[in-house]
Write a protein that binds this ligand. Structure first.
Ligand SMILES: Cc1ncc(COP(=O)(O)O)c(C=O)c1O
Length: 520
């Protein structure tokens, strides 16, 4: 039994608890003072007496007292001892009178700003699990590259070399535009791989393309400014625009990408358009040259900005990709956005934007006022990785691997899901669209699939106006053929249940699989 102090509302700290002893004692005394069990103005026993009474060392008591002194919960009176101050600081008293707000409980006295409310209530994609690899390995989680295929050992070697140098360059505040060698490496890569026309000075390294989208929205739009968004389109782009107070103008997608004519009919005076011309997210078409020229003509004529999100352009499996929109923009209206989330791994949180020269300084300012700059060590390691040719090699290997995996997915879906889900192949990207048979609701199928242990995002999640056909998004790049096959079988069970097929009814009593696809 822990001993309790005869004079204080405190129990002797327990050596096995996860908090250190002095911290436990500090917490107890603090709670006693705030809760009024240890009265204001009362004298505390001496540290020696309290230590003896509780059977703990005096050093432990001294450490707890020291902390309470430093925070104003105790005061020493020379020659007299240690007291709880009569007048506790104002904020302590108000903290005492309030019961803590439980997470999720509406706070009655404080509220979010209107902007905060808009951010908090915008649709968002399901959050990844906090720990473990199983969530990532569920078929068909979208947006993940092959993490096992990443050259971890090599990356570790490069990082270790950089850490050993531990040079000033990496440790001090860096330039908000990014680590100079990385900016040069990105500019050179974009020139050859994407036909982007820029100098290294126009490249601004950011924490993933989400930050680039956020910067564009905040720097280029005022509240209520209309902005064209692809419909269906990327939730991340929509979230950034909503956070900046923009008015979303949904523009439909067809085989040639964004319907510029519809955009012009709906809102000719939009200030900005966010597009994914290389591989429209999520439907997949490449924007035709005609549409590209029409978009640029509109932007030039009206003074609008075009944000080109080139999120997975590295992964094209047939022929050469069309040059980036930025490469044919002669008037400086395109802001090009790229990421290493697909080419390397998303936890890296490194991306970039290529700003027209007249915007570079403004983007530097917003970076300074946001988080100053991206992590320098990672930027330096990445610069080495690109400089030494590993980046290009990795991309070449991944292209072959992903093309094979896509073929496995299309084949398996054809065999197992015919009549329920039509998965069509694509010349690029890391995910495919599966069109559902008429009458099936994509949200319902996604929920049943989740219960079976597979993640398929419903197309409707990404649509502002209902899309005429229901579909699922299936990521495949991170999955081995075995995991793809097993995921397809899980999906078949979910589909059968939704359609009320006999095998589905037989399966209906099964518990959902909690094991990662391909491991069971
Ligand atoms: C359309 C689109 N843009 C950008 C990204 C990448 O975002 P980030 O660089 O912030 O990881 C994704 C990832 O799924 C995406 O689908």
């Amino acid at each position: 039994m822990p001993r309790r102090s005869a004079t204080l509302a405190a129990r002797a700290p327990v050596p096995t608890a996860s908090l250190p002893l002095h911290r436990q004692l500090y917490e107890q005394l603090r709670a006693g003072i705030l809760g009024g069990q240890i009265a204001a103005g009362s004298r505390l026993p001496s540290t020696r007496a309290l230590a003896m009474e509780m059977g703990i060392s005096r050093t432990t008591v001294l450490a707890a007292f020291e902390q309470l002194h430093a925070e104003g919960y105790l005061e020493g009176r020379p020659g007299s001892g240690t007291y709880v101050p009569r007048a506790l600081p104002e904020e302590l008293l108000s903290a005492r009178s309030q019961t803590p707000v439980a997470p999720g409980e509406p706070a009655t006295l404080r509220r979010l700003s209107e902007r905060g409310e808009r951010i908090a209530t915008s649709p968002r994609t399901p959050l990844p699990a906090l720990t473990g690899r199983s969530a990532d390995q569920r078929a068909f989680t979208i947006g993940l590259p092959d993490l096992d295929g990443f050259p971890h050992d090599l990356w570790t070697r490069l990082a270790t070399r950089r850490l050993r140098e531990s040079s000033w360059d990496l440790m001090r505040y860096n330039h908000p535009a990014g680590y100079a060698p990385l900016r040069h490496a990105i500019a050179a890569h974009l020139a050859t791989a994407r036909g982007v026309r820029c100098t290294a000075e126009q490249v601004i390294v950011v924490s993933g393309s989400q930050q680039a989208l956020d910067f564009c929205a905040r720097m280029l739009l005022d509240p209520d400014d209309p902005a064209w968004v692809e419909d269906p389109g990327y939730l991340g782009a929509r979230a950034a625009l909503v956070a900046a107070g923009a008015r979303l103008v949904p523009v439909p997608i067809d085989d040639e990408g964004l319907s510029v004519a519809t955009g012009m009919a709906r809102e000719p005076d939009a200030r900005l358009a966010v597009v994914t011309p290389s591989h429209q997210f999520p439907l997949g078409p490449t924007m035709s040259l005609g549409r590209r020229l029409a978009l640029l003509e509109w932007a030039t004529r009206t003074g609008a900005w075009v944000v080109e999100d080139d999120y997975d352009a590295e992964f094209r499996y047939v022929g050469r990709p069309l040059t980036a929109l930025q490469g044919i923009d002669g008037r400086g209206c395109v802001i090009y956005v790229g990421t290493f989330s697909k080419a390397l791994f998303p936890g890296l949180r490194l991306g970039y934007l290529v700003a027209p020269p007249q915007l570079v300084d403004a983007f530097i300012s917003v970076h300074l006022g946001t988080d100053m700059h991206a992590h320098v060590l990672e930027q330096a390691v990445l610069a080495d990785f690109i400089r030494d040719g590993h980046f290009e090699r990795h991309l070449r290997r991944m292209r072959v691997l992903y093309a094979e995996r896509q073929a496995v997915l299309v084949e398996a879906a054809k065999r197992e899901l015919a009549g329920a889900l039509d998965v069509t192949s694509s010349e690029s990207g890391l995910h495919l669209i599966g069109w559902l048979a008429p009458g099936l609701d994509d949200g319902m199928v996604a929920r049943e699939a989740a219960a079976e242990g597979v993640d398929v995002w419903p197309l409707s999640l990404h649509s502002l106006h209902p899309y005429p056909r229901a579909a699922l998004l299936l990521g495949y790049a991170s999955l081995t053929p075995r995991e793809i096959h097993s995921g397809i079988r899980q999906l078949a069970r979910a589909l059968a249940r939704v359609r009320g097929d006999r095998p589905g009814r037989r399966q209906a009593g099964r518990r959902p699989s909690s094991r990662p696809a391909g491991h069971g």
